[in-house]
Each structure stands twice: as C-alpha cells, then as structure tokens.
Design a protein around this ligand. Structure first.
Ligand code: SF4
Length: 480
C-alpha cells in the first residue's frame, strides 16, 4: 500500500522556512514506513518560492493599515503570500504516485482553510480516495473537520497511537524522535528536533495540553542520536529544540546537548519556540552558553499582575532581570516576547510591557505576540463559537480583536512601536532611518519609508495616543 503524507501550503503574511520542520508529518511518515507501507512525503510550504496572493476576504480589514510599497525598519507587512504551490497543483502532485491513502497534517487550527482546500482539490480529481486528517489543528476541534464531509477519518491523538489504531494494528510505539534537516547552506546545516512532549503547567492561553496532555514525556535520546547525521567538519551544525518546555527535563536535555556536542566539532543550539525563564538560573544559563547557546528566546507573557493571575502564569521580575543582566554581561543576544490583547487588557497595559522591555537595554530585543485563541483554551472553551468564524482570523498576523480589548489598530500600532524600540536598541548609525526615528520621538507620531517617495511618510490609521504614551514615559537620549 502507498501513502501520501502531506503538509498543505501555508497562506500568511510571513513564514520562516528554516523554522518549518513539520516534525509531526515526519513522524507520521516514519510510523507508516515501519508498518510496512510505501510513503511519499510532501512538505509543500518548503517547496517553492512564496507567491504574492490576494488577501482573503476575511482579512480585508487589514488593508486599512497596509501601506503599499512600505519598506524599512519601521514597516508593517505589505504583501500576503502563499508558501507552496496552488491547491490544484498540490493535488496533482499528491495523486501522481497513485496513493491508496492520503494523510494531511494540519499543524495549527489557523491553517485549517489550506487543509480543506487541498482535500477539496484531491476529491475533485479522485472522489473515491481516502483522505485522513490529523495534527495539532485537528486535535483542538475535530468536529470542524468532520463537518466538511471531506475526510475518511479524523485523527486526534498523537500519531504514535492514532496511526496504529487507524490500521487496527496492535503495535505500540513509544514517542518517536524525529530530527529534520530544515535548511542547508554551504557552511551551515540547520536541524530541528524535540526531546519532550506535553507540559504539566497550566497557562490559560496555551494549547499544548489540549494536544499533548499535561504529562511530560521524553523521547529515547539514544534513538535520536542514531538518526542524527555523521560529522562533517566543513560545516556548522545548528540544532533548534522545538520543545514547549524542555527545561522541565534539564538533566536529560544537557545529556543530549553533550552527546551532540561530542559528535560535531562546530555546533550551536537554540530553542526558538522560547524557554520558560522561570526554570533558568545563572548556573543553567552558563552551562547552556558553554554548550553552544548564542541566543535566548524568553517569554514574560505580560507584566500586568491581574492579567497573569487570570492566565495562571507568574512573572518573577527580579529573577528575570537578573538573568537578562547576566546574558547582557556575557554579550548574548536575547529576544523577550510578550503577549498583547488578553481579556481586560488596555492599550496602556500593552505599552507598559513595551516600556519595561525598552528599558532593559540594547542586548534585549522585543518580540510582540498578538493574542489569538485556539479552540478550547481558557475563555474559548465553547468550540461552537468558532463555527462561524473564519480560521484565517486565528492567525497571529490577523491582529483580530478576539477579547474586545485591544483593537486591530492598537495591535498594529504596537507592532510598529516594537520595531521602533528594536531599532533604538541597535548600534547607532547616523543614516536616514536614524533621522526618522528622531522625528518619531520628537513629534510622537509614526513615520515610515515608502518606495519611490524621497521623504518619510506619516503612517496611516494608527493610534497616536499609544505613541504619545510610550515616548512620554520612556527616557531616550539621542545624539543631536
Ligand atoms: S505556556 Fe509553556 S509553561 Fe505554560 S503550559 Fe504552555 S508549554 Fe507549559
């Protein structure tokens, strides 16, 4: 029997291919192979250069904020893209090898539309083919996929359980390690992997437990080492761990880092999904730096105590500052994320987060995460609520006011302000952008660059009060 395993094309304003490892689809492919089936794997988002496409009707409201031809360090998105072939072409490619079964992976609910569009095109060409859908996006709201009538089966559990169950095979898989070579250049090979699944913590905004449960489980690191490639001393090997909270298994994590380090002469590590800084201390940081971490991605979620309490999350301010100061001393770059748009949050609350991060100095860059719900998380437990909402609105880039707290205008103003703050954190070069940033701070208005216009242009449709609030409360000393 022949199976196709498919990751549909992605439609969004942005997507970073070297982050697109799609470990879940690789695991499905591995399981199918070990059950004795022939497998063709189609990771469509990584196969083609992106194509600019029309913004979907559901996201038309964003056009009010997009400035055609906008460029430069203070810009917002200008184009909407499809990463991968069009859906018709994708279906043709999938059917080329005449698969008996097609497994489609929907790794996030916000990408449901692409999953459905691929399934529709396949069905148009072969209405008898059996299409099976699974993945994190499916697990949080399986009924949405069942209701389409497109799928022969809708799988919700982890692949290690769901796939053998689907075939009625009494085979037990432990967590299967997977490592994916996401990008290769002449000098660098990028890999993504993970060591754990699940998280026992209970943050209200997080969907990890809905998909993987609260029990923290580990892959067999010996199996992981077996599938890693051999040393190639002409290259730097860069490993990104995609775990949600890998520091909960600190000892095994360090053991694996050591094993990898002893295989490759030049190796660097990262955890780009973010590290729970509450599990860090100075010794742990130093060990990670010694082993090959050169950048840290940390999330504070929010500095507002009331919001954190509702989200069942803590903010250990002193500890956080101690860690960040240490990272600065070691000259290690840190990106600190906060989430904006929680229920009951005002734009003034969001600006307080930005001020806090701006004051941490030049080694700390700001990462803004716009709140978006996943069906089933705190405050969005009633899944029927999502039936008449387009999944496009659940992308972070949709900047949709899910909690009726921040508006789309507030989110996009915040996005631009975060870019201005990050610009100020760079070494100063007295160029045109520096002149514009001085103008922004002096006038407390937002300006940007537009192609073929020789002077800075004031941004359209932004919240001026937010800009004023930020620069009224932030002490910035600029060269005259
Ligand atoms: S946000 Fe992080 S710490 Fe909180 S539940 Fe999710 S994975 Fe766990």
């Amino acid at each position: 029997m022949r199976c196709a395993v498919v990751v549909p094309p992605i439609e969004d304003f942005y997507y970073t291919p070297h982050r697109g490892s799609f470990l879940g689809a690789h695991i499905v492919a591995r399981i199918l192979k070990s059950l004795g089936y022939l497998v063709d794997l189609y990771i469509f988002p990584n196969t083609k250069k992106p194509r600019i496409i029309q913004i979907p009707d559901e996201l038309r409201y964003l056009k009010d904020f997009i400035i055609d031809g906008e460029v430069g360090p203070f810009s917002y998105f200008t184009t909407y893209k499809r990463f991968g072939p069009d859906y018709k072409k994708a279906a043709e490619l999938i059917l080329l090898n005449s698969p008996d079964l097609v497994f489609i992976s929907c790794f996030a609910f916000c990408y449901t539309k692409s999953t459905i569009r691929v399934a529709e095109e396949i069905t148009k060409k072969d209405k008898n083919i059996k299409i099976i859908v699974g993945g994190a996006g499916v697990s949080v709201f399986p009924e949405y996929f069942e209701n389409t009538g497109l799928f022969y089966s809708v799988l919700t559990k982890e692949a290690e359980i769901a796939i053998p169950e689907f075939f009625g095979r009494d085979v037990r898989f432990d967590l299967i390690p997977s490592v994916v070579n996401t990008k290769n250049t002449k000098r660098v090979s990028y890999f993504s992997t993970y060591l754990t699944r699940g998280c026992p913590k209970n943050c209200g905004f997080c969907s990890v437990a809905l998909v993987h449960g609260r029990k923290l489980r580990e892959v067999d690191s010996n199996l992981l080492m077996d599938i890693l490639p051999d040393e190639d001393n002409s290259k730097i090997f860069l490993f990104n761990f995609e775990d949600d909270n890998v520091l909960l298994k600190k000892e095994s994590f360090f053991e694996v880092l050591q094993k990898i380090k002893s295989r490759y002469s030049k190796v660097l590590f990262s955890c780009e999904n973010g590290i729970d800084y509450r599990e860090l201390d100075i010794d742990t940081l130093q060990t990670m730096i010694n082993l090959g971490f050169r950048q840290f991605n940390l999330s504070i979620v929010n500095v507002n105590k009331r919001i954190l309490l509702e989200q069942k999350r803590t903010f250990l301010r002193d500890k956080f500052i101690e860690l960040v100061d240490y990272l600065k001393e070691q000259d290690i770059e840190t990106i600190v994320y906060f989430i904006a748009g929680f229920r009951g949050e005002s734009w003034k609350d969001s600006i307080k987060n930005l001020i806090f991060l701006a004051q941490l100095g030049e080694r700390v860059r700001v990462g803004l995460s716009v709140f978006y719900p996943v069906p089933g998380i705190l405050g969005f437990e009633e899944k029927g609520f999502f039936l008449d909402k387009s999944p496009y609105l659940l992308c972070s880039s949709a900047a949709y006011p899910w909690n009726n707290s921040l508006t789309t205008q507030d989110f996009i103003t915040l996005f631009r302000l975060a870019r201005v703050i990050n610009f100020l954190k760079r070494p100063i070069i007295e160029n045109e952008s520096y002149y514009v940033v001085k103008k922004i701070i002096r006038e407390k208005r937002l300006y940007t660059f537009v192609k073929n216009i020789p002077y800075p242009v004031e941004v359209k449709n932004y919240n001026r009060d937010m800009v004023k609030e930020l620069f009224d409360n932030l002490k910035i000393t600029l060269k005259k």
